[in-house]
Each structure stands twice: as structure tokens, then as C-alpha cells.
Design a protein around this ligand. Structure first.
Ligand SMILES: [Zn+2]
Length: 230
């Protein structure tokens, strides 16, 4: 089915299902509310910066929240359960992260969604979040080839898995910020920076809604149980 048609069907189905299924808070399962006051408070931005190593000069990476507890549950509900209205509650964290880069003139470039994920969900998570955050969005990145699911891969494997996987178009001379929902090791963001630079863009930095509590660019090798796929 055409992805747009399937998206319409999906959203009609989601509307129908909300009539049948009880609504629960995405953060704590409290009944009859989309997001309770306590969970809204738990999504208050607390931006922090890290250094993102790339093939060239490193860039600043800002994240609005830590990917654990309520923020992690709400992000998963947006990504995996089709609860798109939650993007509005997560957007302030992305806006705060982007503000950390202090580059209001830069356009935000979302990491691309794989064809399979777009077919399954009917929407692009990073694009939706960036739009809700009021950022000027330019979709300059495209997948150049397929990659394996990053879940369960260590940092170096992730780097190899995504190397050369993106290409940028219409990026020459533009000042850009790379945006995504969650950063784990930073491998995908670093690949996006490479592709944008190769296409002639000036990359100011990267911004994400949340960052896993483990630091980016450490030699951590564990299995990533938090990451949801793109
Ligand atoms: Zn709640």
C-alpha cells in the first residue's frame, strides 16, 4: 500500500482503538489520561552537552533529557505505539537542546527514517519532534544503503554498520544542526555529520531529545536494551 494511504488507515485505526482501549499515561500507566501532571513534570528539559567525535573536527552534541524512566517510556510510546500527540510534550526537550548550540540561523536536519520504519509507523519521529519544537526543518539526508539494526551492537560495530550509510543533497554552503530523538553511542549522528560535510554543509552541532545515561564515545560495549529502532 502507498505509505500515505497506509498512514491514513493507521491513524483511522488508532482513532477507532482509542474508543475501545483505555487511555493510560505514557509515563506511568495511570488511567484515563494521555500524560499525567507528574510525568509532564518529569519531561522538563535539563539540557547537557557532550562532545561528538566525528571523522573530522568534533562537534557539540546537546540533549534535552536523560533517556531513562519517564522520558524513555514516553519516547518509546511515541516511536513504537503510534502515540504521535506525545511529540508535543517531548518537543521542549529538543528545543532546549538545539538552543544550547546557540545557532538560530542554522537549519535542523533530521536523521532519515528507514523505508521499513516509515512504512510501519506512517510518520518520521525526528522530523515530527523537530517540527513540534518549532525548528526550521530541512530534510537533506537520505539513506545511501541499508544498515543492520543497531540494537545489540557495540560502539565500534555501530560505527562500521553506519559508515557511508547516508548521503546529503542540496547541503552546500548551508549551516545545519543534525537532530534525532535519542543518542546512544553517537555513531549515526557522526555519520550524518560526515555526509553533510561531504556535501558542503557547515555542521554547527547535533541536538537530540534525550541521551542514554551512558556517555557517548566511551569504550562501553554492553548490549543496549534502551535503544528503539529507527
Ligand atoms: Zn504519568
Amino acid at each position: 500500500m502507498d505509505p500515505r494511504a497506509s498512514s491514513v488507515v493507521r491513524s483511522a485505526l488508532a482513532d477507532a482503538l482509542t474508543l475501545l482501549l483505555p487511555i493510560t499515561c505514557a509515563g506511568c500507566d495511570a488511567l484515563d489520561i494521555d500524560l499525567c501532571a507528574q510525568c509532564v513534570a518529569a519531561l522538563r528539559p535539563a539540557p547537557r552537552a557532550q562532545v561528538l567525535q566525528t571523522a573530522g573536527a568534533p562537534v557539540e552534541l546537546w540533549s534535552g533529557m536523560s533517556f531513562e524512566g519517564v522520558p524513555a517510556r514516553v519516547i518509546r510510546a511515541l516511536k513504537e505505539d503510534g502515540r504521535t500527540p506525545l511529540a508535543r510534550s517531548l518537543a521542549p526537550a529538543l528545543a532546549a537542546a538545539a538552543a544550547g548550540l546557540d545557532a538560530p540561523d542554522a537549519v535542523s536536519v533530521p536523521l532519515p527514517t528507514s523505508r521499513a520504519s516509515y512504512r510501519r509507523r506512517g510518520y518520521r519521529v525526528p522530523d515530527l519532534l523537530a517540527t513540534r519544537a518549532g525548528l526550521p526543518v530541512a530534510r537533506l539526508l537520505r539513506p545511501a544503503r541499508r544498515t543492520r539494526d543497531q540494537r545489540g551492537l557495540g560502539r565500534e560495530e555501530r560505527g562500521r554498520n553506519v559508515a557511508g550509510s547516508l548521503r546529503a543533497t542540496d547541503a552546500s554552503g548551508r549551516r545545519v544542526i543534525v537532530v534525532d530523538d535519542v543518542v546512544t553511542t553517537g555513531a549515526s549522528l557522526a555519520e550524518a555529520v560526515r555526509a553533510l560535510r561531504d556535501a558542503g554543509a557547515e555542521v554547527v552541532g547535533a541536538a537530540t531529545v534525550a541521551a542514554t545515561p551512558l556517555r557517548v564515545n566511551t569504550s562501553w560495549r554492553g548490549t543496549d536494551t534502551f535503544q528503539t529502532d529507527r
